[in-house]
Design a protein around this ligand. Structure first.
Ligand SMILES: N=CN[C@@H](CCC(=O)O)C(=O)O
Ligand SMILES: [Mn+2]
Ligand SMILES: [Mn+2]
Length: 316
Protein backbone atom coordinates (compact mmCIF):
# COMPACT_ATOMS: atom_id res chain seq x y z
CA UNK A 1 0.00 0.00 0.00
CA UNK A 2 2.78 2.38 1.00
CA UNK A 3 4.64 1.70 -2.24
CA UNK A 4 1.50 2.27 -4.32
CA UNK A 5 0.95 5.60 -2.53
CA UNK A 6 4.56 6.60 -3.10
CA UNK A 7 4.33 5.72 -6.78
CA UNK A 8 1.11 7.67 -7.22
CA UNK A 9 2.74 10.75 -5.65
CA UNK A 10 5.85 10.27 -7.76
CA UNK A 11 3.86 10.07 -10.98
CA UNK A 12 1.35 12.84 -10.12
CA UNK A 13 3.23 15.64 -11.98
CA UNK A 14 3.46 13.51 -15.12
CA UNK A 15 0.29 14.66 -16.79
CA UNK A 16 -0.30 16.42 -20.09
CA UNK A 17 -2.01 16.31 -23.43
CA UNK A 18 -2.56 13.09 -25.32
CA UNK A 19 -3.23 12.76 -29.04
CA UNK A 20 -4.93 9.35 -29.46
CA UNK A 21 -6.13 10.08 -33.01
CA UNK A 22 -2.57 10.64 -34.25
CA UNK A 23 -1.28 7.87 -36.55
CA UNK A 24 2.44 8.17 -35.78
CA UNK A 25 4.37 8.35 -32.54
CA UNK A 26 2.65 11.16 -30.62
CA UNK A 27 4.04 10.35 -27.19
CA UNK A 28 5.11 12.96 -24.68
CA UNK A 29 7.31 12.58 -21.63
CA UNK A 30 4.38 12.02 -19.28
CA UNK A 31 3.35 8.98 -21.31
CA UNK A 32 6.82 7.42 -21.23
CA UNK A 33 7.97 8.26 -17.70
CA UNK A 34 8.20 5.32 -15.26
CA UNK A 35 9.22 5.12 -11.61
CA UNK A 36 12.96 4.40 -11.36
CA UNK A 37 12.21 1.54 -8.98
CA UNK A 38 10.57 -0.26 -11.92
CA UNK A 39 13.42 0.27 -14.39
CA UNK A 40 14.10 -2.73 -16.58
CA UNK A 41 16.85 -1.24 -18.74
CA UNK A 42 19.37 1.58 -18.37
CA UNK A 43 17.96 4.97 -19.27
CA UNK A 44 17.78 8.55 -18.06
CA UNK A 45 16.91 8.93 -14.38
CA UNK A 46 15.61 12.23 -13.02
CA UNK A 47 16.53 12.94 -9.41
CA UNK A 48 15.46 16.16 -7.70
CA UNK A 49 17.02 18.00 -4.78
CA UNK A 50 14.31 19.98 -3.02
CA UNK A 51 16.52 22.40 -1.19
CA UNK A 52 16.54 26.08 -0.31
CA UNK A 53 19.15 25.73 2.39
CA UNK A 54 22.15 26.42 0.16
CA UNK A 55 20.68 29.59 -1.35
CA UNK A 56 19.49 30.86 2.04
CA UNK A 57 22.91 30.22 3.58
CA UNK A 58 24.40 32.08 0.62
CA UNK A 59 22.31 35.22 1.28
CA UNK A 60 20.12 34.49 -1.75
CA UNK A 61 16.37 34.43 -2.39
CA UNK A 62 14.57 31.21 -1.36
CA UNK A 63 12.31 29.19 -3.66
CA UNK A 64 14.67 26.75 -5.40
CA UNK A 65 13.17 23.89 -3.38
CA UNK A 66 10.12 24.24 -5.65
CA UNK A 67 12.30 23.86 -8.74
CA UNK A 68 12.08 20.07 -9.25
CA UNK A 69 8.27 20.08 -9.31
CA UNK A 70 8.06 23.09 -11.66
CA UNK A 71 10.58 21.42 -13.95
CA UNK A 72 8.67 18.13 -14.04
CA UNK A 73 5.46 20.00 -14.91
CA UNK A 74 7.19 21.53 -17.93
CA UNK A 75 8.90 18.30 -18.90
CA UNK A 76 5.64 16.37 -18.80
CA UNK A 77 4.42 17.88 -22.07
CA UNK A 78 7.71 17.67 -23.95
CA UNK A 79 7.39 15.53 -27.07
CA UNK A 80 9.35 12.30 -26.63
CA UNK A 81 12.00 12.01 -29.35
CA UNK A 82 14.47 9.82 -27.46
CA UNK A 83 15.34 6.17 -27.60
CA UNK A 84 16.45 5.92 -23.96
CA UNK A 85 13.77 5.06 -21.39
CA UNK A 86 12.89 7.80 -18.91
CA UNK A 87 12.67 7.23 -15.18
CA UNK A 88 11.71 9.40 -12.27
CA UNK A 89 13.76 8.64 -9.16
CA UNK A 90 11.88 11.22 -7.07
CA UNK A 91 13.33 13.93 -4.87
CA UNK A 92 15.68 14.12 -1.95
CA UNK A 93 14.08 16.64 0.40
CA UNK A 94 16.23 18.91 2.52
CA UNK A 95 14.63 19.18 5.95
CA UNK A 96 14.98 22.75 7.17
CA UNK A 97 18.64 23.72 7.21
CA UNK A 98 20.03 20.17 7.20
CA UNK A 99 21.79 20.55 3.88
CA UNK A 100 24.60 18.12 4.66
CA UNK A 101 22.16 15.27 5.35
CA UNK A 102 20.27 16.02 2.13
CA UNK A 103 23.51 16.08 0.13
CA UNK A 104 24.59 12.75 1.64
CA UNK A 105 21.22 11.21 0.79
CA UNK A 106 21.51 12.57 -2.76
CA UNK A 107 24.98 11.03 -3.13
CA UNK A 108 23.59 7.64 -2.16
CA UNK A 109 20.79 7.95 -4.71
CA UNK A 110 23.17 9.07 -7.47
CA UNK A 111 25.55 6.14 -6.93
CA UNK A 112 22.65 3.67 -6.86
CA UNK A 113 21.29 4.99 -10.17
CA UNK A 114 24.76 5.02 -11.77
CA UNK A 115 25.28 1.40 -10.70
CA UNK A 116 22.08 0.51 -12.56
CA UNK A 117 23.57 2.07 -15.68
CA UNK A 118 21.42 5.19 -15.85
CA UNK A 119 22.52 8.69 -16.77
CA UNK A 120 21.51 10.74 -13.76
CA UNK A 121 19.81 14.06 -14.49
CA UNK A 122 19.74 16.15 -11.34
CA UNK A 123 16.99 18.74 -10.90
CA UNK A 124 17.85 21.61 -8.55
CA UNK A 125 17.45 22.98 -6.06
CA UNK A 126 20.17 25.50 -5.44
CA UNK A 127 23.63 24.93 -6.82
CA UNK A 128 24.48 22.97 -3.66
CA UNK A 129 23.28 20.10 -5.85
CA UNK A 130 26.71 20.24 -7.52
CA UNK A 131 28.68 19.00 -4.54
CA UNK A 132 26.26 16.08 -4.14
CA UNK A 133 26.21 15.24 -7.87
CA UNK A 134 29.99 15.29 -8.15
CA UNK A 135 30.45 13.32 -4.91
CA UNK A 136 28.13 10.64 -6.27
CA UNK A 137 30.03 10.50 -9.53
CA UNK A 138 33.36 10.28 -7.69
CA UNK A 139 32.12 7.42 -5.48
CA UNK A 140 30.95 5.55 -8.57
CA UNK A 141 34.24 6.22 -10.37
CA UNK A 142 36.22 4.88 -7.40
CA UNK A 143 34.32 1.60 -7.71
CA UNK A 144 35.48 1.02 -11.30
CA UNK A 145 38.27 -1.49 -11.98
CA UNK A 146 40.25 1.34 -13.54
CA UNK A 147 39.29 4.72 -12.19
CA UNK A 148 38.32 7.20 -14.92
CA UNK A 149 39.68 10.75 -14.80
CA UNK A 150 36.89 13.12 -13.77
CA UNK A 151 36.17 16.69 -14.81
CA UNK A 152 33.56 19.34 -14.13
CA UNK A 153 32.07 21.72 -16.69
CA UNK A 154 29.95 24.41 -15.08
CA UNK A 155 27.92 26.88 -17.16
CA UNK A 156 27.44 29.64 -14.65
CA UNK A 157 27.76 33.38 -14.02
CA UNK A 158 29.42 32.40 -10.74
CA UNK A 159 32.53 30.43 -9.92
CA UNK A 160 30.86 29.03 -6.76
CA UNK A 161 34.25 28.61 -5.08
CA UNK A 162 33.41 30.49 -1.92
CA UNK A 163 35.26 30.02 1.31
CA UNK A 164 32.63 30.03 4.03
CA UNK A 165 32.00 28.53 7.44
CA UNK A 166 29.16 26.43 6.11
CA UNK A 167 28.44 24.80 2.77
CA UNK A 168 26.01 26.68 0.54
CA UNK A 169 25.03 27.20 -3.08
CA UNK A 170 28.13 29.37 -3.38
CA UNK A 171 30.68 26.78 -2.18
CA UNK A 172 30.16 23.54 -4.16
CA UNK A 173 33.24 23.62 -6.38
CA UNK A 174 35.58 24.61 -3.55
CA UNK A 175 34.16 21.56 -1.75
CA UNK A 176 34.74 19.45 -4.88
CA UNK A 177 38.36 20.66 -4.96
CA UNK A 178 38.82 19.53 -1.36
CA UNK A 179 37.16 16.21 -2.13
CA UNK A 180 39.52 15.62 -5.05
CA UNK A 181 42.49 16.45 -2.84
CA UNK A 182 41.30 13.96 -0.20
CA UNK A 183 40.81 11.34 -2.93
CA UNK A 184 44.28 12.04 -4.33
CA UNK A 185 43.00 12.95 -7.79
CA UNK A 186 43.36 16.03 -9.98
CA UNK A 187 40.69 18.72 -9.81
CA UNK A 188 39.64 19.60 -13.37
CA UNK A 189 37.07 22.37 -13.17
CA UNK A 190 36.11 24.67 -16.04
CA UNK A 191 33.47 27.40 -15.68
CA UNK A 192 32.01 29.14 -18.75
CA UNK A 193 29.92 32.32 -18.67
CA UNK A 194 31.53 33.90 -15.63
CA UNK A 195 30.35 37.42 -14.80
CA UNK A 196 33.22 39.67 -13.78
CA UNK A 197 30.91 41.78 -11.62
CA UNK A 198 29.35 38.70 -10.01
CA UNK A 199 32.61 37.36 -8.60
CA UNK A 200 35.02 39.18 -6.29
CA UNK A 201 38.77 39.35 -6.86
CA UNK A 202 39.08 36.88 -3.96
CA UNK A 203 37.06 34.32 -5.94
CA UNK A 204 39.12 34.82 -9.10
CA UNK A 205 42.27 34.43 -6.96
CA UNK A 206 40.94 31.16 -5.53
CA UNK A 207 40.13 29.96 -9.05
CA UNK A 208 43.67 30.79 -10.05
CA UNK A 209 45.22 29.00 -7.09
CA UNK A 210 43.09 25.89 -7.70
CA UNK A 211 44.00 25.76 -11.39
CA UNK A 212 40.41 26.44 -12.45
CA UNK A 213 39.83 27.46 -16.07
CA UNK A 214 37.14 30.07 -16.63
CA UNK A 215 35.81 32.08 -19.54
CA UNK A 216 34.01 35.38 -18.99
CA UNK A 217 30.45 35.80 -20.29
CA UNK A 218 31.61 38.46 -22.78
CA UNK A 219 34.11 35.98 -24.29
CA UNK A 220 31.43 33.30 -24.73
CA UNK A 221 29.98 34.32 -28.11
CA UNK A 222 30.02 30.99 -29.92
CA UNK A 223 31.38 27.47 -29.67
CA UNK A 224 34.32 28.52 -31.81
CA UNK A 225 35.07 31.68 -29.81
CA UNK A 226 38.79 31.23 -29.14
CA UNK A 227 38.54 31.16 -25.33
CA UNK A 228 35.56 28.77 -25.33
CA UNK A 229 37.11 26.42 -27.86
CA UNK A 230 40.45 26.30 -26.07
CA UNK A 231 38.91 25.76 -22.62
CA UNK A 232 36.70 22.91 -23.86
CA UNK A 233 39.52 21.26 -25.79
CA UNK A 234 41.83 21.36 -22.78
CA UNK A 235 39.16 19.93 -20.48
CA UNK A 236 38.19 17.16 -22.90
CA UNK A 237 41.83 16.16 -23.32
CA UNK A 238 42.27 15.74 -19.57
CA UNK A 239 39.26 13.68 -18.51
CA UNK A 240 37.32 10.50 -19.25
CA UNK A 241 34.02 11.30 -17.53
CA UNK A 242 32.50 14.74 -17.25
CA UNK A 243 30.02 16.13 -14.76
CA UNK A 244 28.09 18.82 -16.64
CA UNK A 245 26.14 21.30 -14.56
CA UNK A 246 24.01 24.20 -15.79
CA UNK A 247 23.35 27.04 -13.35
CA UNK A 248 20.38 28.78 -14.95
CA UNK A 249 21.78 32.21 -14.08
CA UNK A 250 24.35 31.56 -16.81
CA UNK A 251 21.53 32.74 -19.10
CA UNK A 252 20.42 36.38 -19.41
CA UNK A 253 17.74 37.56 -16.98
CA UNK A 254 15.23 37.96 -19.83
CA UNK A 255 15.66 34.28 -20.68
CA UNK A 256 15.95 32.99 -17.11
CA UNK A 257 14.39 35.46 -14.66
CA UNK A 258 13.43 32.74 -12.18
CA UNK A 259 16.75 32.42 -10.36
CA UNK A 260 18.13 33.84 -7.14
CA UNK A 261 20.76 35.99 -8.87
CA UNK A 262 19.64 36.92 -12.42
CA UNK A 263 22.31 37.91 -14.93
CA UNK A 264 22.40 41.29 -16.65
CA UNK A 265 24.30 39.77 -19.57
CA UNK A 266 24.66 36.02 -19.44
CA UNK A 267 25.40 33.74 -22.38
CA UNK A 268 22.99 32.83 -25.14
CA UNK A 269 20.69 29.83 -24.85
CA UNK A 270 21.80 28.76 -28.34
CA UNK A 271 25.40 28.56 -27.12
CA UNK A 272 24.43 26.58 -24.02
CA UNK A 273 22.66 24.11 -26.31
CA UNK A 274 25.64 23.91 -28.65
CA UNK A 275 27.99 23.24 -25.74
CA UNK A 276 25.75 20.46 -24.45
CA UNK A 277 25.63 18.82 -27.90
CA UNK A 278 29.38 19.23 -28.38
CA UNK A 279 30.16 17.55 -25.07
CA UNK A 280 27.57 14.79 -25.46
CA UNK A 281 29.15 13.83 -28.79
CA UNK A 282 32.65 13.64 -27.33
CA UNK A 283 32.64 12.40 -23.76
CA UNK A 284 30.75 10.30 -21.24
CA UNK A 285 28.27 12.37 -19.24
CA UNK A 286 27.13 10.02 -16.48
CA UNK A 287 25.78 12.85 -14.30
CA UNK A 288 24.31 16.15 -15.47
CA UNK A 289 22.12 18.65 -13.69
CA UNK A 290 20.24 21.93 -13.93
CA UNK A 291 20.36 24.18 -10.89
CA UNK A 292 18.86 27.31 -9.34
CA UNK A 293 15.36 27.23 -10.86
CA UNK A 294 13.24 29.36 -8.53
CA UNK A 295 9.55 29.19 -9.60
CA UNK A 296 8.58 31.92 -7.10
CA UNK A 297 10.62 34.42 -9.08
CA UNK A 298 9.73 33.11 -12.52
CA UNK A 299 7.63 34.96 -15.10
CA UNK A 300 5.02 32.85 -16.93
CA UNK A 301 7.18 29.76 -16.19
CA UNK A 302 9.74 31.15 -18.64
CA UNK A 303 12.76 29.81 -16.74
CA UNK A 304 11.09 26.47 -16.09
CA UNK A 305 10.41 26.12 -19.84
CA UNK A 306 14.01 26.90 -20.68
CA UNK A 307 15.21 24.48 -18.01
CA UNK A 308 12.93 21.75 -19.41
CA UNK A 309 14.30 22.36 -22.90
CA UNK A 310 17.83 21.94 -21.55
CA UNK A 311 16.91 18.79 -19.62
CA UNK A 312 15.47 17.31 -22.82
CA UNK A 313 18.79 18.01 -24.51
CA UNK A 314 20.78 16.58 -21.61
CA UNK A 315 18.67 13.43 -21.87
CA UNK A 316 19.57 12.74 -25.53
N1 LIG B 1 24.99 29.67 -6.63
C1 LIG B 1 25.06 30.91 -6.72
N2 LIG B 1 26.04 31.56 -6.19
C2 LIG B 1 26.30 32.96 -6.31
C3 LIG B 1 25.20 33.85 -5.85
C4 LIG B 1 25.52 35.28 -6.04
C5 LIG B 1 24.48 36.23 -5.52
O1 LIG B 1 23.56 35.83 -4.77
O2 LIG B 1 24.58 37.42 -5.87
C6 LIG B 1 27.56 33.23 -5.56
O3 LIG B 1 27.72 32.70 -4.46
O4 LIG B 1 28.39 33.96 -6.07
MN1 LIG C 1 25.19 31.09 -10.74
MN1 LIG D 1 26.04 28.39 -9.49
Amino acid sequence: MRQADDEAALMAPWQGRVDPAEAGDARRWHQVMRPASRAEAPGRALLGLRSDAGVVRNQGRPGASEGPLALRRQLANQAYHLTAPLYDAGDVVCQGDDLEAAQQAFVGRVTGLLEQGHRVIGLGGGHEIAFASFSGLLTHAQRQARMPRLGILNLDAHLDLRQAERASSGTPFRQCAELCQEAGIDFHYTCLGVSRGGNTPALFARAESLGVEWVLDEQCRALDSPAVKAALERLLARVDWLYLTVCLDALPAWVAPGVSAPSARGIELALVEEIIDHLAARIALPVVDVAELNPRLDIDARTARVAARLVERLAR
